[in-house]
Design a protein around this ligand. Structure first.
Ligand code: C2E
Ligand code: MG
Ligand code: MG
Length: 607
């Protein structure tokens, strides 16, 4: 519009040259029309008027502009100049049909009015001869037809372009919608409808970045359905799927209340990622989940332990300074915690602790081996003597389990005991160890007392105390000759059933010893909760005595245990110097390679 108006006003100059007598009137008319046209156009534009109104304004400005100039111009005395000048009326038609992008009908009407105004002027008002009327009339008509035709073509093209663009937009929208659907599908677990691993991995990345950049802590909870393969084998895959769906729904309700997200991470494994406020809050949620799933009471008769409903084991890891450079690290830590939960008898919760044992590569091979180890004669016991410091006499022996592979290779207890605990094989192996130690040592009177290591899994398994009682009765020996060594675990391990089992064992006279005291974080809790007969100080404290700091530590520890009234036993004596130090510290009992290696029962008698 602005360009058109500028051109229109610029034609004031030819007005002045060609028709100077009426120029003041035509120029005034040009200026007034130009001002009015721009004014109305800008008002509409500011009011955000629809295009149709802007088009109408431009079209009206064209018509008014032409007629507003023509009327004063044809009154000129210079008819010859004006007759030539009339040709410029065609420009208004071109403007309507070609310059503005009017809809076809509007441009035809506009240029049609210009055409009519021209004919009226030359037939009625402007003195002209017939030749002029025919030539200029034909020119105007051809111009009208030609520009209208071009306008029609342009409009058809524009329409096509518009339709194509609309279609492209629609396609784009359709693709985006389908993409959204696909994305949702690709992030959803097909069975349970909760997020799948891919979605959770993304969420984990987000949390990890938020932690790295803004120190927003989060925690990862991994849950595994206990003995799920056996569940599937017994009840079929359909029931297995149903079980997973019920568990997923239960988890979703609990986790969403805590602002977390839940996903299925693998076959029977679920993962929760949530903001971390304190270990207590995370442990609480995990415990609520564990209990809720147990209370669902989904029958599972095929479990090898004493539970008959579906339960979950839970591992938790939190962000901490050592969380490393990759988010995988925290998932791995939660996995290790889960592994430890399973090793501790399942249906329990473990938080990641850097000191906890890690799954060994051999574990896979060991599982079937341990299940058949007793029948195949692959396990045996060796005995290490324990001496009284005062009189130097051997008063007891500790039974230590040994496993060799069918090819004769020995496997360290540090490797196979955690696997046996995880698979539950420790229950049978542990009973076998107590029975064998009683037979080898006590029934043959090789030594007054034998101590056997037991793991918390055994103490938690119902009927353990009774089974020890049965063995004692069967062998015809007094309970006071048997000692059971238990290694301090996490605070969480001191559960009601463990305390009950230990109380029952004490009732039948069995001594309880606390092994490896000081090697974990919870030794003092164990000392407070349970009355131990003997406390075995972890050998690292003795080995650290070469420096003053270590020596003071051992002294402090000894006085702590002495004040509580427990018998003190220091293990790991490897040198004569260590032995004389322990004498100075008035330790009650000692054990170590310097005093006696672990040997078979037969060699023990010979020694
Ligand atoms: P533990 O109960 O603390 O057993 C003592 C470990 O220290 C034994 O290792 C023994 O061979 C070793 N040892 C003894 N004297 C010395 C010494 O002077 N220096 C050093 N460096 N080491 C010494 P072993 O037999 O490899 O057993 C490792 C752990 O495996 C045991 O630690 C115990 O926790 C577990 N374990 C062994 N047998 C059994 C079992 O029958 N049942 C259970 N649940 N755990 C067992
Ligand atoms: Mg021991
Ligand atoms: Mg020990």
């Amino acid at each position: 519009m602005w360009i058109a108006v500028a051109v229109y006003v610029a034609f004031a100059a030819p007005d002045q040259w060609l028709i100077p007598d009426v120029a003041p009137a035509t120029i005034a008319s040009r200026l007034i029309i130009a001002a009015l046209a721009l004014f109305s156009f800008e008002i509409l534009r500011m009011a955000n008027a629809k295009t149709v109104w802007l088009d109408l304004t431009c079209a009206s400005a064209l018509v008014v502009g032409y007629i507003g100039w023509l009327c004063p111009a044809i009154g000129t005395k210079d008819a010859t100049a004006m007759s030539y000048y009339m040709v410029f009326g065609a420009i208004f038609m071109m403007g309507a049909n070609l310059f503005f992008s009017f809809p076809f009908r509007l441009s035809v009407v506009t240029s049609g009015i210009v055409l009519c105004a021209f004919f009226i002027s030359i037939f009625r008002f402007f003195p002209s001869n017939q030749a002029y009327q025919i030539a200029f009339g034909m020119f105007y008509v051809s111009c009208f037809i030609f520009t209208s035709f071009v306008n029609w073509r342009l409009n058809v093209e524009r329409r096509k372009v518009m339709l194509n663009a609309a279609e492209a937009r629609y396609r784009h929208w359709e693709a985006a919608e389908r993409g959204k659907e696909l994305l949702e599908l690709s992030h959803t677990d097909y069975l349970t409808g909760i997020d799948n691993r891919r979605a959770l991995d993304r969420r984990l990345d987000e949390c990890w970045n938020a932690w790295k950049n803004e120190r927003r802590d989060f925690c990862v909870i991994l849950l595994d359905v206990d003995f799920f393969k056996r569940f599937n084998d017994r009840y079929g895959h359909q029931e297995g799927d149903r079980c997973l769906t019920v568990i997923a729904n239960t988890l979703r309700t609990l986790v969403e209340q805590s602002n977390g997200v839940i996903g299925r991470y693998g076959g029977e494994e679920f993962i929760v990622v949530m903001p971390f406020e304190s270990p207590e809050i995370a442990m609480n949620l995990a415990e609520r989940i564990r209990k809720k799933i147990e209370h669902l009471a989904i029958g599972h008769e095929e479990r090898p332990d004493d539970t008959s409903v579906v339960t979950v084991s839970v591992g938790i890891a939190f962000t901490r300074e050592q969380s490393g450079e990759k988010v995988e690290r925290i998932v791995r830590e939660a996995d290790l915690a889960l592994y430890n939960a399973k090793a501790n008898g399942r249906n329990c919760i473990r938080a990641f602790d850097p000191l906890l044992p890690r799954p060994d590569d051999n574990a896979g091979k060991l599982v079937p081996l341990l299940a058949a180890a007793i029948d195949r004669n692959l396990v045996s016991l060796v005995y290490q003597p324990i001496f009284d410091v005062v009189n130097g006499k051997a008063r007891a022996v500790e039974a230590l389990m040994r496993l060799r592979l069918p090819d004769g290779t020995a496997v360290s207890p540090k490797v196979f005991i955690p696997v046996a605990e995880r698979t539950g094989a420790i229950l049978e192996l542990g009973r076998w160890a107590i029975k064998t130690a009683c037979r080898d040592i006590l029934m043959t009177d090789r030594m007054a007392t034998v101590s056997v290591n037991v793991s918390p899994v055994q103490l938690r398994s119902p009927g353990f105390a009774a089974s020890v009682g049965d063995i004692l009765k069967e062998c015809g020996i007094s309970g006071s000759r048997l000692a059971l060594e238990v290694t301090e675990g996490l605070d969480l391990d001191i559960q009601a059933e463990v305390l009950k089992c230990i109380a029952d064992l004490r009732t039948i006279g069995v001594e309880m010893w606390l092994d490896d005291f000081g090697s974990g974080f919870a030794g003092l809790s164990w000392l407070r909760a349970i009355e131990f007969h003997t406390v075995k100080v972890d050998r690292t404290f003795l080995h650290d005595c070469s420096n003053q700091r270590g020596l003071t530590m051992l002294q402090d520890m000894v006085s702590l245990i002495r004040n509580r009234g427990n018998t003190i036993l220091v293990e790991g004596v490897e040198t004569a110097a260590q032995m004389s130090l322990l004498k100075d510290l008035r330790i009650d009992r000692v054990q170590g390679f310097h005093l006696g290696m672990p040997v078979s029962a037969e060699l023990l008698s010979a020694a």
